[in-house]
Design a protein around this ligand. Structure first.
Ligand SMILES: [Zn+2]
Length: 446
């Protein structure tokens, strides 16, 4: 996407000037891909939680959000002093504007992913079956890979599910599960750990839950988040990660009933074909764990998200999240902060992990991929980083897969540490805490 240079401006307006200046502000913010930041205290004191703002994260006491011109007008009318941050993001955004790879560079579009999955399946027919688990609103296939020995047979083995790209603009979240599939298939013959996992269970990988949204993000509006549902009020999109059926619509903070909101939950649980496809798949197999990849902010989140309370398996989920975080940090030092989803600044209802945990009790995680923040590039991961991000996630994913296949169907604990962790226990001196008293992140990317 071509970006015009943006000026950074701190805008603090007395209300008296509001009406006179709104047209100029809208002009300044005419590019819909603006990010602003404002003091966190405004977020709490001026009702912004319920405003349906497209929030990204919090850092150093400031909340970052993607805004439309209408949002800007709303912030101004509430007397919120904000800073336009978009100019600071432009250099990192530019890194992905590869002419060679088209608009999306090394990242996969829906069509490119379909081609890739077909090639993978054709190259490894003894290890993988490509299955269309549903069709998006605009008619695109939602594809799953089942990776197992004897993939054409139903051997009743335990299964694990990896999901990518519920949110359209989180392009990196397609690539990590795709690379995981490739790694398993290409290393089966060489790597005893991979072979053992593939032989013992079923590894299901759905790299792209939201193909319509991804296409829209590539070709029309890079910051698009939701699917492409035409809502009754003329707006578009349901937030697929608010459309799952466990405590769906529990309150209007964790999701929104307003169709135009970035976190609109839809008209009913599983109203969207994309979430319905995941629902059907999940209930059809003996899944023992689930990971849903998102970006960004480097977090490993586990239920509950809908309410700030621990599940009955807090100790198990926390131990798993901390272990995965340690395995990730051991690769090249990147810290993925583990924590309960609801312990961030506010709650999230209708998300994938609450539902898979709520209906099955199996370990369920939202992994927020890099970078940590917008200063690190936000949604614009450098193409050169894709492989490295995959590499730092791989040991944790293999660990969780092994854990899942050893666990009993009722989700009981039989942990076993992988060899790498036994050899050199990584230390966690830099783990930040997600805590109500000491919030270091908000997680609207999830
Ligand atoms: Zn997300």
């Amino acid at each position: 996407m071509k970006r015009s240079p943006k000026r950074t401006a701190v805008i603090i307006l007395p209300v008296a000037l509001f009406l006179a200046l709104v047209p100029a502000l809208l002009e300044a913010a005419a590019d819909p891909a603006d990010i602003v930041s404002f003091d966190r205290r405004h977020f709490e004191s001026r009702g912004l939680v319920r405003d349906g703002l497209d929030l990204l994260y919090e850092k150093d006491g400031r909340v970052y959000a993607v805004v439309t011109p209408e949002d800007i007008a709303s912030l101004v009318s509430r007397g919120v002093a904000f800073t336009i941050e978009t100019a600071r993001l432009a250099p990192s955004a530019g890194r992905t504007a590869s002419a060679a790879g088209g608009l999306n560079g090394a990242f996969h579009s829906a069509y490119e992913l379909d081609t890739e999955l077909r090639l993978l399946a054709d190259a490894h027919p003894q290890l993988v079956r490509l299955q269309e688990i549903g069709t998006s609103l605009e008619g695109r296939p939602i594809q799953a890979l089942k990776i197992s020995d004897n993939p054409g047979l139903d051997e009743g083995e335990p299964a694990i599910l990896f999901l990518g790209c519920h949110h359209a603009r989180e392009w990196i979240s397609v690539e990590i599960p795709l690379l995981l599939a490739r790694h398993l298939l290409e290393n089966y013959a060489l790597d005893p750990e991979v072979r053992s996992l593939v032989d013992r269970g079923e590894i299901w990988i759905v790299p792209l839950v939201n193909p319509d949204g991804l296409e829209y993000s590539i070709h029309v509006y890079r910051y698009w988040r939701k699917n492409r549902r035409a809502n009754s009020d003329g707006t578009f999109g349901v937030d697929l990660n608010r459309n799952y059926g466990y405590q769906w619509g529990y309150d209007n903070v964790g999701s929104s009933p307003v169709p135009g909101s970035a976190v609109y939950r839809g008209t009913a649980p599983f109203s969207e074909p994309e979430t319905e496809a995941v629902r059907r798949l999940f209930l059809s197999r003996d899944f023992r764990a689930m990971v849903s990849f998102h970006s960004f902010s480097q977090l490993i989140l586990y239920p509950w998200g809908y309410v700030d309370l621990p599940t009955g398996k807090e100790a198990e989920l926390s131990t798993l999240a901390h272990t995965m975080s340690a395995l990730m940090a051991a690769v090249r030092g990147a810290v993925y902060v583990p924590g309960r989803a609801s312990a961030a600044l506010y709650t999230t209802n209708g998300d994938t992990a609450d539902w898979t945990f709520g209906v099955s009790g199996v370990p369920s995680f939202t992994v927020e991929l890099p970078p940590e923040d917008t200063a690190g590039g936000g949604f614009f991961n450098a193409e050169a980083e894709i492989e490295a991000i995959f590499r730092e996630n791989l040991p944790a994913m293999l660990y969780l897969t092994n854990y899942a296949f050893l666990s009993s169907p009722d989700g009981g604990i039989r942990p076993r540490l992988p060899g790498t962790l036994r050899r050199s226990p990584p230390r966690l001196p830099l783990i930040k805490r997600i805590d109500r008293d000491l919030p270091s992140a908000i997680t609207m990317n999830q």
